[in-house]
Write a protein that binds this ligand. Sequence first.
Ligand code: FHN
Length: 441
Amino acid sequence: QPTDSIPLRHGAHRIGNRTDSDMAHWRDYGLGQFIHWGLYAIPGGFWHGQPVNGAAEWIRSSKKVDPKEYDALISQFNPVKYDPVAWALMAKNMGTKYVTFTTKHHDGFCLWPSKYSDFTIMQSPWKKDIIKPFVEAYNKQGIDVYLYFSIMDWHNPDWRYELKTKSDSVAFDRFKEFTKNQLTELLTLYPTTKGLWFDGTWDKSWKASGAFSDELEQYLKKLRPGLVIGSRLRADEKGNRHLDANGRLMGDYHQVWERKIPETIAEVKGYDWECVMTVPENQWGYNARWSGHVKSSSEIIEMLANCVSKGGNFVLNFGPKGDGSFREEEIRLAKEIGNWMAVNGEAIYAAGQSDFRKEDWGYYTKSKTSGKTYMVVFNTPVTNMLKVNIPKNQKIASQKLLGSKQVLPLEHIEGRMHYIRLPGGVRQQPAVIELQLISDD
Ligand code: FHN
């Protein structure tokens, strides 16, 4: 439990979640898309023809590539197949309500024409802003845009991992100014941006910059009221990230859920949260060689329902190729998820935790707008009988399969325990049952 025993100037400035309409809108997204795209998409996990272990977007660091050689990739960045209108349509058809796009990853390459850097899209053969048409196309499809921004910047000579000397501090002060300038530039160039998604904030230099990160957050929010910024930006003055020294969240939602989902609702501690997930193992940027387990659409949908049942949003990552096209696997997944969402989206959008006890067959969600409860079924028992323990003072008025609207048999077992029978047969994708509940008077 948070205590306020430690006096902090740069800890959390709010108790509990935001209560304004911008944040309520964020909370209702359910499903989002993440896109990692940059120079690293060109080598795609290979260096001089050899596969490199680790995440493709980290190749510069994990392969210890000569920085000059890495930065020279800029002369090959000419994504002739980049079609933001088609990207946005794919996202829309998948059921995405928001997207987070890498404006600058750790390598420092800027996908927008930043006047503060010599390492941008304008120095590449492409010579056109990537972000502007992206924002326009996604907004046109009704999808909110969030800009990913890595604080850590391997290209900028003023960036430091640690501040050991006076000259480190001087350089890092210049770097902080540069960071603020770039962020101001992004919010000015793309005024419909709904939020910023920060990364690369784990270094000692940044953790020692609690006051600056606090002031930066307040400045950005003043510049764009309503802006959503998660817990990855700030550190308190003692170097704590996400939760301050008193255990309170710094930021608008908890951003620790990377490639993992809380086991229980208790782990969420009542905070807004979002899970970001890769399709293969830990690969965010394009890697031509996906090794290890690659998730199926049913697995991804299960993760989505799991997150929503615990009040979180689920964000699926895509890593386009260097030429701007998507790999076949991602196109297929987006379609399969979209087909399911088209029928079952009401169990995901503006939905959250229900009052029912979790059962082994899957997840309950509850619509905040209609009050209906949904059973998202992944593990159908051999009997096809789904156990349902109805909360006190309620009873089931109707139980229908989403899509077909078929009414399913309901059988009372004892007490509050009931069975709902699913039709038999092999199911390719999870079934969703809509429950209408009424008061038990
Ligand atoms: O190092 C990055 C990684 O490449 C990727 O961008 C992920 C996305 O959440 N964030 C960092 C690791 O936490």
